[in-house]
Design a protein around this ligand. Structure first.
Ligand SMILES: [Zn+2]
Length: 587
């Protein structure tokens, strides 16, 4: 039995931090469907379950809920009479549901209204909707969401009706999507259009800055369509979340969820939008069949992201992004303890896929595709990609299916350029293959010259060039500084460029890491403020990791985390709990 459509009817309770109501599943029964439907749930309370044959009234049915497995939650077994193809489940989510984050007004940008958002990827949809929670099954949906007066509900779907007075919002999602793309947010939200099909949802205090930052979104869609075919989802809007959002972005269809930490005033971090937009082709349109095939979503998307950035902002910018990402890949890999998680194909048997989450599928996957492009040429590779998306649209694919398509449609035309042993190495090596094509950046080479000159006592080039640097050039400069800079050198840089108090979350991030390494304690109060206001894992986890490497740093990390933890998303809490837990490694 496979779900083809869902009807959600949920009310949000901001006092108890719960969603309650019902979901109706419309099922397609195969010949071999038995008398039991098994659904995924996690920490959900089930009140009752009803079944029906399409067009007939619902009647109660027997059900049994397994106890929660730490990795996967509890299976819900529903007795299905012969021919029944409708199931309705009445339920309430838990206040600790892993896929929901409830924010107090203090944790929002506007400080006056509470906020709630979902994060279903990879397997958190089951904590707010009992469902077949696998990327291999796609369904359309309708939804009715009831919220407290004064708040607005948005979903990754078409908005149908909104009644602000009564707080009732209805939605329709016409394109079939896997469960991990079901998305809902509720808050003090307002909308501003950017083009006929793009716009920003955000808190009123954030919306204008977001519109200015992301105004090139339409140009990015046009560039992507020229490369990889039509955008097939209707609208493309961006929801700017409060700073505790644990990710950079989440590619919820029609409505990307985005961290506000990329709003810098100079559009230097809009590659995040390019990334989430690219998922409208790789991931949302052609979906990894299992979480073990995650690189099909993310490796393809990073490759597309760089191509969009190159197309809209130029090669110089795309090269800088790629070099920074390569450095992040090498560092992230060194911190992965399960060997297979360092490869493109982690072993997820018995594990919550989020426990294996890293940037390896993103950047190693993109390096793999870049290498193929270098072999066959860009034009042939673009033709292949376009066919991959067109011919697998609204389907799921495994790694084996992708490789077979790659061989059949591209590599067989170039029999001597790529061999199976090389492809195997890309998939299974724990490092970067020696034959990879690595990115380089002329802009960063210039930054390195300036850095060498400054360390050698020549102040002039830094003084003249640094004021015009982009975020990426600053990140590269700070990252490349020796970890044994003197207090006087740190003070000089800080006094001249105000780095401790940078409003740019990426620059502040690399500066705080340097401050920890050089014991520059003048930055620590600002770092504490940073860690207690931002919840994006990529920005906070490396800082905690650096801190716990020494005993005094660990003490500081424990103290700050005690203050910060409640404001972090459950996924970020789970990651940092492991770092901070007594007895965890200090290296
Ligand atoms: Zn992604």
């Amino acid at each position: 039995m496979v779900t083809r459509h869902l009807i959600l009817n949920l009310a949000a309770n901001f006092e108890t931090h719960q969603l309650s109501g019902s979901v109706e599943l419309h099922l397609e029964r195969g010949d071999t469907s038995g008398n039991e439907l098994v659904l995924d749930t996690r920490t959900i309370e089930i009140q009752r379950v009803e079944v029906a044959i399409d067009g007939h009234p619902f009647a109660p049915t027997a059900f049994r809920l397994d106890s929660d497995d730490p990795a996967f939650g509890g299976a819900l077994h529903v007795a299905m009479p012969t021919d029944a193809d409708r199931v309705r489940i009445h339920y309430t989510t838990s206040a600790t549901a892993k896929g929901l984050q409830w924010l107090t007004p203090a944790q929002t940008a506007g400080k006056s209204h509470p906020f709630m958002f979902t994060q279903a990827e990879p397997i958190q949809a089951r904590s707010f909707v009992p469902c077949q929670d696998t990327p291999g099954i796609r369904a359309t949906f309708d939804a009715t969401i009831t919220v407290p007066t004064g708040l607005v509900a948005v979903m990754g779907a078409e908005a149908k009706t909104s009644d602000r007075e009564r707080g009732v919002y209805t939605f329709h999602m016409p394109q079939p999507i896997p469960s991990y793309l079901i998305a809902l947010a509720i808050g003090d939200l307002t909308f501003k259009p950017m083009s006929g099909r793009t716009g920003i949802w955000a808190e009123p205090v954030t919306v204008d800055a977001a519109v200015a930052e992301f105004e090139d979104t339409e140009a990015m869609i046009v560039a992507t369509e020229a490369l990889y075919g039509p955008y097939r989802w209707g609208r493309y809007d961006i929801l700017v979340l409060p700073p505790s959002f644990p990710f950079g972005g989440m590619e919820n269809p029609r409505l990307t969820f985005a961290t506000p930490t990329v709003i810098t005033g100079d559009k230097s971090l809009v590659s995040l939008v390019a990334h989430e937009l690219a998922h409208s082709w790789s991931g949302n349109l052609v979906t990894n069949a299992t979480w073990g095939d995650f690189w099909l979503n993310e490796g393809f998307t990073v490759y597309l992201e760089r191509r969009i950035i190159e197309s809209v902002f130029g090669k110089r910018r795309a090269d800088m992004d790629a070099v920074i990402a390569l450095r992040d890949l090498v560092e992230a890999r060194a911190n992965i303890t399960v060997p297979r998680d360092r490869t493109l194909q982690p072993d997820l048997t018995g594990r919550d896929p989020d426990d294996a989450y890293s940037i390896v599928p993103y950047e190693q996957g993109a390096l793999f595709l870049t290498w193929i492009e270098s072999k066959v040429g860009r034009q042939a590779f673009d033709t292949f990609l376009r066919a991959w998306f067109d011919e697998h649209a609204f389907q799921s694919a495994t790694t084996a299916e992708c490789l077979s398509f790659l061989r059949r449609r591209l590599l067989e035309q170039y029999p001597d350029l790529v061999n199976d042993a090389e492809i195997d190495e890309w998939l299974h090596t724990e490092g970067i293959p020696s034959f990879a094509v690595l990115p380089s950046s002329d802009a960063f080479e210039r930054v390195a010259d300036v850095l060498r000159a400054w360390l050698g006592g020549d102040e002039q080039s830094l003084a003249t060039e640094a004021p015009a640097w982009t975020t990426q050039e600053w990140m590269h400069f700070i990252d490349a500084l020796p970890r044994n800079l003197s207090g006087a050198q740190m003070t000089e840089l800080d006094t001249r460029f105000n780095l401790t108090h940078s409003h740019n979350a990426e620059i502040a991030h690399v500066w705080f890491r340097l401050a920890i390494a050089t014991h520059y304690d003048a930055a620590f109060a600002a770092m504490e403020r940073y860690l207690t206001t931002i919840g994006r894992r990529k920005l906070i986890v490396p800082i905690y990791r650096d801190l716990v490497a020494t005993a005094p740093g660990r003490a500081m990390a424990v103290r700050i985390y005690a203050l910060a933890r409640a404001a972090y998303h459950p996924l970020a809490q789970a990651t940092i709990d492991l770092l901070i837990a007594p007895g965890s490694a200090t290296s």
